[in-house]
Design a protein around this ligand. Sequence first.
Ligand code: NAI
Ligand code: MG
Length: 361
Amino acid sequence: ANPSLLILPGDGIGPEVMAEVRRAIDWFGAKRGLVFDVSEDLVGGCAYDAHGTPLTDETMAKAQEVDAVLLGAVGGPKYDKLDFSVKPERGLLRLRKEMDLFSNLRPAQCFDALADFSSLKREVVAGLDIMIIRELTSGVYFGEPRGIHKEGNERVGINTQRYTESEIARVARSAFELARKRSNKVCSMEKANVMESGILWRDVVQEVHDAEYPDVELSHMYADAGAMQLTRWPKQFDVIVTDNLFGDLLSDLAAMLTGSLGMLPSASLGLPMANGRPKALYEPVHGSAPDIAGQGKANPIACILSFAMALRYSFDEGANADLLEGAVQTVLADGVRTADLMGPDGGTPVSTTEMGDAILA
Ligand code: NAI
Ligand code: MG
């Protein structure tokens, strides 16, 4: 059987950028004999409009069965006033939760042609290629007890950072596995100096390393120092593994080392399925961009690079992933730019479809 993909374009520019991914998928089928069984469905605001829920049980069940899910983006002003239980982002949260996607891969890769878009100096970021792995399903965003309580005559806001050994071990494994496919180097970040969960994090990552991955070079860093080092000399890192909260901050920071939001892909992985492939959802980091939706201005590269990650991490198609990423690099080096990638010196931007054309060519 062909490998299967569920495509959920979502709202706003989601369908526009996903249309270019569909063309890339067709290209791989026609030119490389890499054929996928593709199905498409609704998520987010468009699913709410059609079914009164941002993700139906049928779509959820389909997501559990396929080899990988590709998602565009969800949300938009039209849905801002909806009750939280049916908000578009609840569709995405349900997918992550029920598929148990605990390992969030956020690459920060700086294409040479775009190095001047970074907030840092060209020599600091040119050629940068690091991967931040953020634990996505536990930690302080989920820990109990939580809430706002009255204590005496004032209110107290409470969240709890909580990690079990097995939660730390599985995301550590995912980092070590990935490092073996890259430059074999992992830096783990926590705050073991001031947090109990940080002490456990450091111990468990070290134990998993010593028992299962002694060949991988492992270092530990306090997350605040890590933030500093990421802006000082990011190329010292390869794979960084960290918890949900620190990963949220550090991955946004690292992302902006590289320039535009329209360039950033991501993967969220879970445990292996019966066929050995991990549960997986791939999506661009950006949102539905209502300000440019429907105008053919969206940059499809983040979504296309998310598909390249799917080729690499779900389907073991490293050479084809290289081919697609290389095409993106070539097109950028040739000066093809969507509006979000135009410098102050101007020039004529290409449309979403024209960018897709250039990459396919
Ligand atoms: P956004 O990422 O949609 O847009 C931020 C800015 O970046 C906008 O000016 C937009 O035009 C630009 N931009 C984003 N992606 C682009 C692309 N591919 N090409 C060219 N320009 C691009 O974030 P914003 O404005 O905060 O949120 C808009 C909506 O998207 C909201 O409803 C929000 O809830 C939702 N959202 C959804 C996410 C998801 O589906 N994972 C993630 C973030 C936001
Ligand atoms: Mg964030």
